[in-house]
Design a protein around this ligand. Structure first.
Ligand code: SAM
Length: 310
């Protein structure tokens, strides 16, 4: 597969006579092109909208997915926005994308409608194979207009065989990760705030990292500069890849969630401080010969897994 980084072709308003004629014939106006400009001007802060503009980064994300992609796996994108990443994914895969912002949904749905009109028109026969793939690829996109946090993953046929990808909104990145720990995907490639990514991979000690690593191996893919987004975020980013493992399937996630929350809420205090409020947990610690004079931040992640084992 060849990725197209040709500026002319990567823009939505492909300057192609067939495209122009089908727009005319089917009286689809070019409002989405205006919308694109409008969205670029007014990204919605509360939805964490920082749109990717560096194609090298997009390529790295798609490549990270592709390295372990198994035929028949499905692709689920979280927060497609204006389709910066979706555009490249669609060159090879069918994509289901969950987007919360009704304006982005309308924008992408228009692209889907236009691709379908082209497929149904006579013009499609004048396109060579590559152009046909390129100009009709949005017909392979299925948009779900919903908050991903409320999205029922059981609605995804065979979710365990799904690859999840996304340039995640910073405000809900951790919650999205937690959801995907309870319902693990086969693999996920995410752009996150660098500080959060380093917690997830364990570079910095954190509850989130311990929780995610109970179900996934975490690998850093690439650091991403804030200059690679529009608008520019205040923080740096990092792309990480999560690959599901089965080594800790006997760890009860609810218990792990509960114990890590309790212990991390008191991370600078000695474990003895938990005795009064959490006697059951303290009994467990003692049963595993854990010294109660330790502080939460001194406990290795393996201790949490042992405590939460069934
Ligand atoms: N994928 C696009 C890109 O890379 O340019 C957009 C990424 S932007 C950082 C995050 C996207 O997630 C936005 O389109 C935003 O509207 C969407 N979003 C925010 N919260 C969401 C949620 N809870 N569920 C689904 N989408 C969400």
């Amino acid at each position: 597969m060849t990725y197209r980084f040709n500026a002319k072709k990567t823009r939505f308003n492909v300057s192609n006579i067939c495209y122009a004629s089908f727009l005319k014939k089917n009286s689809v106006n070019n409002s989405s092109v205006k919308d694109l400009v409008k969205y670029k001007k007014y990204p919605k802060k509360h939805f964490g909208q920082h749109f990717l503009k560096n194609k090298r980064v997009i390529y790295k994300i798609v490549q990270a997915l592709e390295n372990t992609y198994k035929p028949a796996a499905s692709i689920l994108e979280i927060g497609p926005g204006q389709g910066a990443l979706t555009d490249y994914l669609l060159e090879k895969y069918s994509v289901t994308a969950v987007e919360i912002d009704a304006d982005c949904v309308a924008f992408l749905n228009e692209k889907i409608a236009q691709a379908k009109i082209l497929i149904a028109s006579d013009d499609v026969q004048f396109l060579d194979y590559e152009d046909r793939v390129f100009q009709t690829k949005y017909s392979r996109l299925n948009i779900i207009a919903q908050d991903f946090l409320k999205y029922d993953l059981n609605a995804c046929a065979d979710f365990h065989n799904t690859y999840v990808v996304g340039n995640l909104p910073y405000n809900v990145g951790s919650k999205i990760l937690e959801k995907l720990v309870y319902e693990p995907a086969s693999c996920a490639v995410f752009m996150l705030q660098k500080e959060v990514a380093e917690r997830v991979s364990g570079i910095s000690y954190s509850r989130l990292g311990i929780f995610v690593q109970a179900r996934y191996d975490v690998q850093k893919i690439i650091d991403v500069s804030s200059n690679d987004f529009a608008p520019k975020p205040k923080v740096e980013s990092q792309v990480i890849k999560l690959t599901k493992h089965d080594r800790l399937n006997n760890v009860d996630l609810k218990k792990l969630d509960e114990y890590t929350r309790i212990i991390f809420a008191n991370r600078r205090k000695k474990l003895t401080s938990l005795q009064k409020s959490y006697p059951v947990l303290v009994q467990k610690l003692l049963a595993h010969d854990i010294d109660l004079n330790l502080r939460a931040e001194d406990l290795k992640k393996e201790v949490y897994y042992v405590l939460a084992m069934n």
